[in-house]
Design a protein around this ligand. Sequence first.
Ligand code: NAI
Ligand code: ISE
Length: 348
Amino acid sequence: MNLRFGVIGTGAIGREHIKRISQTLAGAEVVAVTDVNPVAAQQAVDKFHLNAKIYADDRALIAATDVDAILVSSWGPAHEESVLAGIEAGKYIFCEKPLATTAEGARRIVDAEMRFGKRLVQVGFMRRYDHGYVKLKEAIDANEIGEPLMIRCAHRNPTVPETYSTDMAITDTLIHEIDVLHWLVNDDYASVQIIYPKKTKYALPHLRDPQIAIIETKGGISITAEIFVNCQYGYDIQCEVIGEDGIVKLPEFSNIVTRKSGKLSQDILMDWKDRFLDAYDVEIQDFIDSIQKNGAPQGPTSWDGYVASITAAACVKAQESGAIEAIELDKRPTFYAEKGAEKNEVGA
Ligand code: NAI
Ligand code: ISE
């Protein structure tokens, strides 16, 4: 039987996920939608010819007996309430990042899930499913470059809307690096400092752009992560891990190479939606398949969402203080123990 999804939030990524569930992926369908903007909900139903009921709010959708799983793609500040209500109702939950906008909120979700006694939640950290990052991790885990010493990465968007603020460079953008990098090198974060290079003329007065996060792991790896959200030229994700015996680097996003008029050129993507298209498909297919096969999701957990929130909070503090700020994690509960657990785990 298909896994029956109820989608909460039919904005940009909500619609992308509705499309992939109803047109691309196997074993699932969208039977319910809701949005605080009812016009958006209706448009999604019409656009994708869904046989889905529109609910007045998330509570009504979560209570529907034909909804097996909820997909939370509303605005970040609304995630916590929907996820907590979903756990209480015993529904499977795929929650877009952030799991919650505060570390306390993410911890409340972790505690509720543990009280429920079974994994229900997967967080939308799709980079762990991206072919390039998976290859980097395989190489690192196989010791192909020896011990990782440094990571250099960049997260660049061509432009951002006026509503984008300086802290969103962390909570909305760097959050993807925060999740994927410690997973990549099997380590935990210890501290962070944020520095602000010369500001681009393309950033609005209220926004510091670009920014550089300098993060140290407990194992001593030094990470330099550039966030540059008005770079103009494209959506560009770079990551290079420098080890004792060699270097591995994310491949360029594959695109044809053109030889024309004395130039050798290759297009650069402009939109985040295109860069991780395959990873979004694989992460949600994995959510569907692991629930169908094992009765629980196996992707990024509430604990991963919590670790990201704690780290993001330290980064925002570092933005404000200019100092090196400690990143202090609680002990990982055995409930969230995983194969190949972090080397520098605080304990279990
Ligand atoms: P958006 O603004 O395009 O859409 C959000 C939708 O949620 C809007 O239609 C809004 O009316 C609705 N909404 C807000 N509060 C609601 C509530 N309480 N109940 C029901 N509907 C509600 O935003 P976008 O870009 O789709 O982002 C949504 C979430 O997905 C954000 O948390 C964002 O960080 C995350 N996201 C993740 C990406 C990824 O790469 N994994 C990429 C883009 C967004
Ligand atoms: C957006 O919210 C995302 O999550 C994208 O993956 C990210 O690259 C972009 O910078 C964010 O604004």
